[in-house]
Write a protein that binds this ligand. Structure first.
Ligand code: ADP
Ligand code: MG
Length: 559
């Protein structure tokens, strides 16, 4: 028999525990969600490893979670038959914070304190295992990993900076595999009160009578198990029978999100490859700016025959510009031990990717058609950059991407319009889609290039995001109408009058030559133009040259 060994928590853990016990009062019930999700993770891990090592299951085939409540004594026990923990795991997992979710929580808590907002952070982030101390004085974790032949007991108390680990020696408490968590609840602590002495005497007599009775009756307790969760994962259910709230709940739980998604899509595909999926568009973009170029977001969880396989993808299921889409995908057609190499080469995966991408587009288009214009505005604000990136990177899907674009225009400076709205608003003779790239709506409005077009009531798109122009140039056209940069030299707005031009050339030809001589290499040529109405002159880009906006961009990149 080895005595319990005492360990100190890592400083961050102590700080977190202190916070939990002393300042987070609301949403206490989240502890249950956190602990059950840990138990469920432990089952997933074991299920995953057992695919390649069936031996792991031998001591207990069933993967389940038992929750026991002992109301009289204020004890809750959560037992799972999952992966368990070794002694070292206990030190690493329950004594330190290596885990990003909790670290994020601490950071957010600090920020919200700085900002003076009183938010429900615990409900938003969860603090994992330590949430047990929201409701418990004492927590005991007895656990057996299949990697170890011993079962260990971790024990911690609220308001203590240390915990202990010992070997489980009570044969009645041994489990074949997994983890048993015992919570000794705070609320059930007996409260001592000063009693009236007369009453106390009477009570004493009652007590004695009570005790006599008690010794006579043998109290037998037994546990009756009741199945509390659905045995079917939500994605296997009929979409018609699942409420929006259920989808949103599932999203929040699965992706550790606190905001509802902007949209969701639940579908089954049949034919060549069969799979089921639920996809979501989050309501905010990831805060980490690198995420737009990093497709490794863990946003898609792949299951094979309901067994969780992986969420570690690098563009296999979605192109990087759609990496913000979250969801689950469950296929019966992939092998359970699917590896990264298989994923990258599999024809099945390629077909899945194609379908998933289409469904994602349908879902986003759905938002754009929603009666509530705010929804799409929100989408655009958060994910517009991703759509533009798509125009540059995914030629194949130009037709699906273009209708999603939004721009300000000379006729809509406050509210962004779609290309469809632009086309609808075209004048009868108009054949092209006009745009001007500038660094803001104000500077776009003030450019002399606009004069003639405004006079003729032609709408001009304002491309004010640096990436806009590149995206538009990649699209080339929309509904067979070419995009035309109004700052380029040969702009033709349909009012060429050759006669008049000839006249003008004769009259001002020499003036042009003189100006060109004076400016020398600073300009390529000096020409007479009919495109201005009130400004005397304008600097334009060559037909095949960079627009001034692009030039500015290139300069910014090379400097
Ligand atoms: P997270 O679940 O986000 O990793 P937690 O604080 O909830 O953070 O848990 C910390 C770690 O403790 C887990 O990552 C896991 O390794 C371990 N753990 C917690 N509960 C269990 C359990 N029931 N079985 C096995 N390991 C567990
Ligand atoms: Mg957890």
């Amino acid at each position: 028999y080895l005595p319990a060994e005492k360990y100190e928590y890592q400083a961050e853990v102590s700080r977190l525990m202190d916070l939990i016990v002393n300042s987070l009062y609301s949403n206490k019930e989240v502890f249950l969600r956190e602990l059950i999700s840990n138990a469920s993770d432990a089952l997933d891990k074991l299920r995953f490893l057992s695919v390649t090592d069936a031996e792991l299951l031998k001591d207990a085939v069933d993967l389940d979670i038992h929750i026991q409540t002992d109301k009289d004594n204020g004890i809750i026990t959560i037992t799972d038959s999952g992966i368990g923990m070794t002694r070292q795991d206990l030190v690493d997992c329950l004594g330190t914070i290596a885990q990003s979710g909790t670290a994020k929580f601490l950071k957010a808590l600090k920020e919200s304190k700085d900002a003076g907002t009183d938010s429900n952070l615990i409900g938003q982030f969860g603090v994992g295992f330590y949430s047990a101390f929201l409701v418990s004085d004492r927590v005991v974790v007895s656990t057996k990993s299949p990697k170890s032949d011993k079962q260990y007991v971790w024990e911690g108390e609220a308001n203590s900076s240390s915990y202990t680990i010992r070997e489980e020696t009570d044969p009645e408490k041994l489990i074949p595999r997994g983890t048993r968590l015992t919570l000794y609840l705070k609320v059930c602590r007996t409260v001592e009160v000063d009693e009236d002495p007369v009453d106390a005497k009477k009570d004493e007599q009652d007590d004695k009578a009570e005790k006599k009775k008690k010794t006579k009756t043998v109290v037998e307790r037994y546990w009756d198990w009741e199945l509390t969760n659905e045995t079917q994962p939500i994605w296997l259910r009929n979409p018609k029978e699942v409420a929006t709230e259920e989808y949103n709940e599932f999203y929040k739980k699965t992706f550790n999100e606190y905001l509802e998604p902007l949209a969701s899509s639940h579908f089954t595909t049949e034919g060549e490859v069969e799979f089921r999926s639920i996809l979501y568009v989050p309501s905010i973009a990831p805060t980490n700016k690198d995420d737009i170029v990093n497709p490794k977001t863990k946003n898609i969880r792949l299951y094979v025959k309901r067994v969780f396989i992986s969420d570690d993808f690098d563009g296999e299921l979605f192109p990087r510009y759609l990496s913000f889409v979250k969801g689950v995908v469950d296929s019966n057609d992939l092998p359970l031990n699917v590896s990264r190499e298989i994923l990258q080469e599999s024809r099945i995966v390629r077909i899945m990717r194609k379908r998933l991408v289409r469904k994602a587009f349908d879902m986003i288009l759905g938002i754009s058609m929603s009666e509530n214009r705010d929804d799409y505005e929100k989408f655009w604000e958060n994910f517009g950059k991703y759509v533009k990136l798509g125009c540059i990177e995914d030629r194949e899907n130009h037709k699906r991407l273009a209708p999603l674009l939004r721009f300000f225009s000379s006729q809509s400076e406050e509210e962004m319009i779609s290309l469809d709205e632009y086309v609808e608003n075209m004048t009868p003779d108009q054949k092209e889609i006009y745009y001007i790239a500038a660094d803001s709506v104000t500077s776009a409005r003030n450019t002399p290039f606009l004069e003639k077009l405004l006079e003729k009531n032609l709408e001009v798109l304002y491309l004010v995001d640096p990436i806009d122009e590149v995206a538009i140039q990649n699209l080339k056209s929309y509904k067979e109408k070419n995009f035309v940069d109004i700052s380029k030299e040969d702009l033709d707005v349909g009012d060429k009058n050759e006669e008049k031009e000839k006249e003008m050339k004769q009259e001002f030809g020499q003036t042009c030559d003189w100006i060109k001589k004076r400016l020398g290499d600073k300009v390529a040529s000096v020409q007479i133009s009919s495109r201005l109405s009130s400004s005397p002159c304008v600097l334009v880009s060559g037909r095949f040259g960079w627009s001034s906006n692009m030039e500015r961009l290139m300069k910014a990149q090379t400097v």
